[in-house]
Ligand binder design. Structure first.
Ligand SMILES: [Zn+2]
Ligand SMILES: [Zn+2]
Length: 400
């Protein structure tokens, strides 16, 4: 059989892939690599067909590097360009439709193969659905916390968290001040803890952003712009490293089409940075107010605007790591400072609300501190990079 056809036929079907993510919280890299290896030994016909050359090239890359992620990303981007004719339901067409859907953000309302129940049909035109915010029906309760009456339009102002002065992140709803007063004994611990958590995370986020904006590790970005709902980052030729490159630089916001797009790129792939470099600050501000902290891995779903970096690394096929804080009241909160890379506006949210909309499958928790341990173990050179540059430059200065 033709190797390109065979590749698409042997890959896990969309249903198998989704079931695997549902069960494991990640896609089946092992199976993916097996299929690619079996295809890589077949003879590719000497065709100059562009698609064939493209697939052949990336199969070769996977064979050489063992990195299946890159092929999966490339199939996604290839699929966006090559959407098959409607009605063509060959194995290859289904794979392309499925991978294009993922590369564009794995949005519920665009799922290509799921029959929608009439009750699930969105009220609004699907093209108007924005996943920048969690849906208001999830974050803006209208039921009174005291008497469970509907249409509760009053809120506890102390623990009300809003974004951009409009979008509600967290809220406790009441009919009126009487209901609020009656509920206070029960609510006050939760209220204090939420306030403490929101204050701590807003300080942490501010420090994180200020640090990231100023301490950009030089990469030669030449352009950041959105096309068809994907943020494309173009990089220039790799620069040779000079003494100056070791210096930290401000992020090149002038290369981005907007500040928001710049911030998306700034925090892309930096989820672990929060849990490693910033851990001493997390310890100081979060540990005293939390019962437990956990690092949780998820596959992103309902992404507002995915990012493609350089050759086409799309951030939809990589596991995303966030922090889950269990407050002393038992309430669970999300902290996700790298959220803007997906176009998401909430960097904190109520945990179950967030995962019900943002996670494609099983969430996979690890103890707090795992990222730092792994980082120190696997990449000892990464953690002290700035320090070593400092010492080296100090050495130069002393010699001079
Ligand atoms: Zn009430
Ligand atoms: Zn409150």
């Amino acid at each position: 059989m033709d190797p390109v056809e065979k590749l698409f036929q042997d890959l896990p079907t969309p249903e198998q892939d989704e079931a695997y993510i549902g069960e494991h919280g990640d896609w089946n890299r092992h199976r993916f690599c097996e299929v690619v290896m079996s295809v890589a030994v077949s003879r590719f016909s000497r065709s100059n067909d562009r698609d064939r050359l493209f697939i052949k090239r990336w199969v070769k890359t996977v064979k050489e590097t063992g990195d299946a992620d890159i092929l999966r990303c490339m199939i996604g981007l290839f699929a966006i360009d090559k959407l098959p004719m409607p009605g063509n339901m060959s194995a290859k067409s289904r794979q392309l439709i499925y991978h294009a859907w993922i590369a564009k953000g794995r949005k519920d309302e665009d799922h290509p193969f799921k029959e929608k129940k009439p009750s699930e049909t969105p009220q609004t035109n699907p093209t108007n659905v924005s996943h920048a915010y969690l849906p208001a029906r999830l974050t803006d309760p209208k039921v009174c916390a005291n008497c469970a009456a509907p249409d509760a339009n009053h809120a506890c102002s102390a623990c009300l968290l809003k974004l951009d002065d409009s979008h509600v992140v967290a809220k406790t709803a009441y009919c009126n001040q009487t209901c609020q007063a009656q509920h206070w004994e029960q609510h006050k611990h939760q209220c204090h803890e939420r306030r403490a958590f929101f204050r701590a995370t807003s300080i942490l986020y501010e420090i994180f952003m200020q640090f990231m904006k100023r301490a950009w590790v030089v990469q030669n970005i030449t352009d950041i712009s959105e096309k068809d709902g994907i943020l494309h980052v173009t990089k220039g030729a790799r620069q040779t490293h000079t003494v100056d490159d070791l210096l930290i630089r401000p992020f090149p916001f002038h290369k981005a089409s907007s500040e928001e797009h710049g911030i998306a790129v700034l925090v892309d792939n930096q989820a672990l940075m929060v849990l490693t470099t910033f851990q001493p600050l997390l310890n100081r501000l979060l540990l005293p107010i939390c019962k437990t902290l956990e690092e949780v891995h998820i596959m992103p779903r309902n992404v507002h605007r995915p990012i493609c970096i350089g050759q086409g690394m799309n951030n939809m096929d990589q596991v995303h790591t966030v922090l889950r804080a269990t407050l002393k009241s038992g309430e669970q909160m999300l902290m996700d400072f790298a959220a803007p890379q997906f176009g998401w506006r909430e960097t904190v949210a109520e945990w179950n609300t967030w995962t019900s909309h943002r996670s494609a499958g099983k969430t996979y928790p690890e103890p707090y501190g795992t990222a730092l341990q792994t980082n120190n173990l696997l990449m000892p050179e990464l953690a002290p990079a700035y320090l070593r540059a400092g010492e080296w430059q100090q050495g130069k200065i002393i010699k001079a």
